[in-house]
Design a protein around this ligand. Sequence first.
Ligand SMILES: CC(C)(COP(=O)(O)OP(=O)(O)OC[C@H]1O[C@@H](n2cnc3c(N)ncnc32)[C@H](O)[C@@H]1OP(=O)(O)O)[C@@H](O)C(=O)NCCC(=O)NCCS
Length: 188
Amino acid sequence: MVIKQLSDCDYKAKLREFIEDLFSTWKQESSFSKENICCPQRPINEIMGKVDKVDGNMSEFIVAFDEETGSIFGMLHITFDSNKSAHISLVNVSPKYRRIKVGFSLLSYSMVLSVKKGIDYIMLETWNGNNRAISLFEKFGFVKTSANENTIELKTNLPSILKEAYPNTDTLDYSILNNDVLKSISVF
Ligand SMILES: CC(C)(COP(=O)(O)OP(=O)(O)OC[C@H]1O[C@@H](n2cnc3c(N)ncnc32)[C@H](O)[C@@H]1OP(=O)(O)O)[C@@H](O)C(=O)NCCC(=O)NCCS
């Protein structure tokens, strides 16, 4: 498995294929399922528009792919605000690739990329009862900031230990997020 940011690789066409497959074959098992009553059903064109808009500065897709075939099996979208916050959405892993740490790796990469960009905290939302995703987010120190009947909003601060641990190089090594660092995030 390789994790990359879309602006660093020539994978827009592959990501469009992944999104088309999601909408045509596993929509009900994705974040666009009927279970997700926290946001109105979003049309595929809106998601494709986000792929077109990726510039690596204000918005980015993080993708997981098979190096041999080049096919994508996981994605998330992250936007960066000028006030040092980031927002993650569209976290989706193909059903065939679940429970092998794809989601974990996408989140790890996003955390380290955010540190590199000087971000202080990350926000995201999911629907109430999406326990597998909530369990994933909690591993990265996300805690509930608000909730209503349908939606739960979570936030994590990027702790100084991660900022210090991140080496000042051009390569983005997301494996730096080892268990020791994660434990320190959890108590933040
Ligand atoms: C949620 C989702 C992204 C998890 O992706 P994944 O690659 O299967 O997750 P990982 O293998 O990286 O698992 C990491 C952690 O997530 C949690 N987790 C993932 N799947 C889980 C499940 N079925 N049940 C309980 N916990 C689960 C666990 O804490 C797990 O850690 P562990 O392996 O030490 O138990 C994936 O199930 C998915 O795409 N779901 C549909 C879309 C969705 O809900 N997106 C989030 C909307 S905001």
